[in-house]
Design a protein around this ligand. Structure first.
Ligand code: HEM
Length: 447
């Protein structure tokens, strides 16, 4: 591959940008092109060449200093949120998510939204969603065909969307409102996950994207439906009895006692849908893709599930998120100079704790390329060495929700079916917008 030669030709001794860690010396455009298609390969090549800290130049992202040493990552995750800005790097999502989204804010405004969103995602609350999640998973899985190759990823997506619509909005399957929301949201989610659809965002820039007619129409439609749900919930007299997230947001209060505005609620609801739907579906698809390549592990999972045990299930989910993290790195833009890993990094640079490289470090995970749920049975994942959900004050709000949901779906699936791979080789990764997905959509045969 031409790209291989180009990166290998770089000299590790000279920094590409004076004062910053070394990195490929090719220009921003070729780096961006390789990144867009072969992010994981590029990261591995760079680490082999330059070590645990290196510099990349990616279009629209500025200068990235990629970091994968656990001490450096800990320094970043526990650093002052005024210095390490995460929201700045997510501005491209602003036209869809809106200006109040927890994902695109920083500092005080970010903490204020995050605090409002935390209670519904508290680990203990998850039990309350179990029944609905199980019902949706069972119904979906029972509709799948047997004896023929079947792509799991699109169906996992349908299932996680249904689950999130139920738990977030409290609307039910078969309800006309659920159908309308599903269609409108699918169109918006396509805008955020389809690289072709994101093209216009990159061309016109996030601020002007809302003026593009197709985009405007889709956003207007989804806004209309979300505002209808909000208005209906605000008028409901039984908020305390409801356990959906929208009801909790309607009841939530800012520190000064004021309720969330409609715009805030709309932006956070959409944020939860966008952040929580595709990521979970893709992780579930990877779990099955890995399990079918290891029939003995799949069998152990089935046996323990039927016996009502969950340790191996938990370890399987942790190992899937280690070996196949759907997001390869997270970003923090520096607002002032900081010394990390012996480098004095200037303000304006973005440091990116690298999930992919950390999870493939043989010093942390012996035989890092092997799928070994057993490695987590006696050793729980470390806060700064197992980071599929990022970390610190920006750690994924839905981490417990996602792992709980994955457990429910995997249990329902392995209980019902014997599952074999539909293809002889392991599926490689395909990058879709920002997520790493199984190239053939986790194609399996169910029996
Ligand atoms: C396996 C599934 C998931 C993965 C791998 C994942 C991963 C991530 C990552 C890497 C981040 C950035 C963290 C950082 O910058 O340090 C994040 C943020 C976030 N995620 Fe998730 N996520 C998943 C599921 C969910 C779900 C189910 C929800 C909600 C329903 C959700 C809501 C959020 C929110 C709101 C943020 C922004 C937090 C903040 O900026 O304060 N995620 N997620």
């Amino acid at each position: 591959m031409e790209a291989t030669a180009t990166v290998k030709e770089q000299r590790a001794t000279e920094p590409a940008i004076p004062g910053l860690p070394p990195g490929p010396r090719m220009g921003r455009v070729p780096q961006t092109m390789i990144w867009a298609r072969h992010a994981q390969w590029m990261l591995e090549q760079c680490r082999a060449r330059f070590g645990s800290m290196f510099t990349l130049k990616i279009a629209y992202e500025g200068t990235w200093v990629v970091v994968s040493d656990p001490d450096d990552v800990k320094q970043i995750f526990t650093g002052d949120p005024k210095v390490f800005h995460a929201g700045e790097g997510n501005q491209i999502l602003k036209p869809v998510l809106g200006e109040n989204s927890v994902l695109i804010l920083d500092e005080k405004p970010h903490m204020s939204q995050r605090k409002l969103l935390l209670p519904p995602f508290h680990g203990a609350r998850m039990q309350g969603y179990e029944e609905k999640m199980t019902e949706i998973a069972a119904r979906e899985i029972e509709s799948w065909p047997t004896g023929t190759p079947y792509k799991l990823r699109p169906r996992m997506q349908a299932m996680t969307l249904e689950i999130i619509l139920e738990t977030v909005f409290g609307v039910h399957a078969g309800d006309e409102r659920m159908d309308a929301l599903r269609v409108a949201l699918r169109e918006i989610l396509d805008l955020t996950t389809n690289p072709m659809a994101l093209g216009p965002a990159l061309l016109v820039g996030p601020d002007r994207l809302r003026r593009v007619p197709l985009f405007r129409r889709r956003i207007d439609r989804v806004d209309e439906l979300i505002h209808r749900e909000i208005a209906e919930r605000q008028a409901a007299g039984d908020l305390e009895e409801r356990d959906d997230i929208l009801s909790m947001l309607v009841a939530a209060r800012h520190e000064d006692g004021s309720p969330m505005s409609e715009a805030e609620m709309r932006d956070e609801l959409l944020t939860l849908l966008v952040a929580g739907h595709e990521t979970t579906a893709t992780s579930l698809s990877w779990a099955m893709e890995r399990l079918v390549r290891h029939p003995e592990k799949l069998e152990r999972l089935r046996e323990e599930t039927l016996a009502g045990e969950e340790d191996y299930l938990t370890a399987t989910i942790q190992e899937t998120l280690r070996l196949r993290p759907v997001i390869v790195l997270v970003a923090r833009r520096l607002t002032e100079p900081v010394e990390i890993g012996g480098y004095e990094l200037p303000a304006g640079v973005t440091v990116t704790p690298c999930i992919h490289l950390m999870h493939r470090d043989p010093e942390i995970y012996p035989e890092p390329d092997r799928f070994l749920p057993e490695r987590f049975l006696d050793n729980p994942p470390g806060t700064y060495t197992w980071i599929p959900f990022g970390g610190g004050v920006r750690r994924c709000l839905g981490a417990s929700f996602a792992q709980f949901e994955m457990a429910v779906v995997l249990k329902e699936l392995v209980k019902r079916h014997q599952i074999r791979p539909a293809r002889p080789e392991s599926e490689r990764s395909l990058r879709r917008a920002i997520t790493e997905t199984p190239r053939h959509d986790a194609e399996v045969v169910l029996f």
